[in-house]
Ligand binder design. Structure first.
Ligand SMILES: Cc1cc2nc3c(=O)[nH]c(=O)nc-3n(C[C@H](O)[C@H](O)[C@H](O)COP(=O)(O)OP(=O)(O)OC[C@H]3O[C@@H](n4cnc5c(N)ncnc54)[C@H](O)[C@@H]3O)c2cc1C
Length: 472
């Protein structure tokens, strides 16, 4: 047993995922001493079991699908993907699940890394192994999420895949059942179907991607079916067992499905069950509610940033919060008061509320920012949805023969600004930032006419949307 050591820092960050790393970057840049505590790999879920490996798996899938839509190129890409090569490139992107590069980066910004499970032991104090870290100004919880599993009897014996196995598997299972209809389920169904698995997708609701405009899920389901996946909506898992290696799923309607693996992608749970929340009067296992400076309600020293606060479970949004939290901590440490009411304040995460962008890397891609029609109406905005078939755009036709896609913008009729935009179609992921600028910037519709898209790009869909608004 080593002697307990106490270390004093301005800021202690719990969790070195993309969000914890970015908080540390900001607090260090502001001259605050910073400790970072990490229990697994520096870089977090995103680097090793989420964004990076999933997109490394999907990129060749989407590139091949795009190539197959072009006469003259189609013939050259008729064969199957080289799954081993795709997996090897994915392995490279995760550094073979080692974090040396990111540890070097933590050192380069001048933060101190502590490895181990960090736990709050009271206000401003964190234990890691035998050490106690004390924070002068702030403790930041950036511990992220883990996959949530349903309460099915005997599920542990089935050894189901979660997002971790789905993004790190070293071979394609022959038959894969995917349970869920959200982003992780649709992306992983797209990837593994193309990499050699026969995928059956079981979706409890009426369709896929139910947080987006309904046409997004419809177009993705259509494409998954064309790719050979079996998409079953309105279907729940009643029981699942594994015998002699074979997974047997029985659905709520009594159907029996056999598979080699089963992936549950049915939601996320906060990693706050074992971080000592009870020592500061908070509920272990809960999402941590925060104000717009990312400070936990009812405290003046505890911040919760990224997935763990449940505002928007996305890396880019968590990193945005990290920039805001870092600036807020530095300002408060310097004794500056924050203007939370100012919507343009660098100390308030205002974009979290109604301006969140997201790209789903399926084939076709689905990309959205801000509110869907249903969300805008529920929020009480007086809006109109404007729809355009993206095949009417010259750039879309050039991009892919028989281009299938759809765009929608949600116009706030009172303020004549956009509340939300959705694009679905090949190549639209790179288009969404134009919409993000329009939505976040609250650009007046009349001014958007003067934002001229280059010819012949898919971005000309903006002209079609504005014309459709003017003419109807
Ligand atoms: C399959 C999948 C694909 C995704 N793809 C995308 C995408 O393409 N784009 C996107 O924007 N988002 C994507 N996401 C979401 C994205 O992964 C998360 O939003 C992001 O990882 C959140 O970052 P974070 O830093 O808050 O948490 P995490 O990345 O989960 O990092 C938290 C870190 O804290 C550590 N930790 C936890 N508890 C402790 C403790 N007590 N002490 C010390 N350390 C601790 C963990 O080990 C981990 O390293 C995807 C998610 C999944 C599951």
């Amino acid at each position: 047993m080593t002697e307990t050591e106490t270390n004093l820092y301005d800021v202690v960050v719990l969790g070195a995922g993309p969000v914890g790393e970015n908080v540390a970057d900001r607090t260090r840049a502001a001259g605050l001493t910073t400790a970072v505590v990490e229990s697994e790999l520096v870089g977090g879920e995103c680097s090793y079991w989420a964004c990076m490996p999933s997109k490394a798996l999907l990129r060749p899938v989407i590139a091949r699908a795009d190539a197959r839509r072009l006469p003259g190129l189609r013939q050259a890409v008729q064969g199957p993907l080289d799954t081993a090569a795709v997996l090897a490139r994915r392995n490279w992107y995760t550094g073979d699940w080692t974090d040396d590069g990111q540890v070097d980066w933590i050192e380069s910004i001048g933060a101190d890394l502590y490895r181990g499970q960090g736990r709050l032991t009271g206000p401003r104090t964190v234990s890691v192994g035998d050490r106690t870290l004390t924070a002068r100004h702030a403790v930041v919880v950036a511990t992220g999420t883990r996959a949530a599993l349903p309460a099915l009897p005997g599920l542990a014996d089935v050894r189901p895949w979660t997002s971790r196995e789905a993004t790190s598997a070293q071979s394609a299972p022959g038959r894969l059942v995917v349970v869920g209809g959200g982003v992780v389920a649709t992306e992983m169904a797209t990837a593994w179907q193309a990499l050699g698995s026969q995928v059956t997708l079981l979706v409890r609701g009426k369709g896929l991607l139910d947080r987006m405009e309904p046409f997004a899920g419809e177009l993705v389901a259509e494409a998954l079916t064309e790719a050979g996946a079996d998409v079953r909506t309105g279907t729940s898992v009643a029981s699942v067992t594994r015998a002699d290696g074979v997974v047997v799923v029985v659905t709520d309607s009594g159907e029996r499905i056999e598979a080699d693996e089963i992936l549950f992608a049915v939601g996320r749970a906060p990693r706050t069950d074992d971080i000592g929340l009870e020592t500061v009067g908070l509920e272990p296992g809960s999402w941590l509610a925060v104000d717009d400076s990312l400070r936990v309600d009812g405290t003046d020293w505890l911040y919760a940033v990224g997935d763990v606060n449940h505002r928007a479970l996305l890396t880019h949004q968590g990193k945005y919060q990290a920039r805001i939290a870092g600036a807020a901590i530095a300002a408060r440490a310097a004794g500056t008061s924050l203007d939370q009411a100012d919507p343009w304040s660098a100390h308030a995460a205002t974009a979290d509320h109604e301006c969140v962008p997201q790209v789903v890397f399926t084939d076709p891609e689905a990309a959205s920012v801000g509110l869907s029609l249903a969300e805008a109406e529920a929020a009480g905005h007086r809006v109109r949805a404007v729809d355009v078939d993206m095949s009417s755009v010259a750039g879309a036709g050039l991009y892919a023969e028989g281009y299938r896609g759809r765009a929608r913008m949600i116009v706030d009729l009172e303020r004549e600004i956009l509340r939300g935009v959705t694009f679905v179609g090949p190549g639209v992921g790179e288009l969404i930032h134009s919409a993000t600028v329009a939505v976040v910037g609250q650009v007046p519709i009349a001014r958007l006419w003067h934002a001229v898209p280059s010819y012949p790009t898919i971005s000309e869909v903006w002209l079609r949307l504005l014309e459709a608004f003017r003419d109807n």
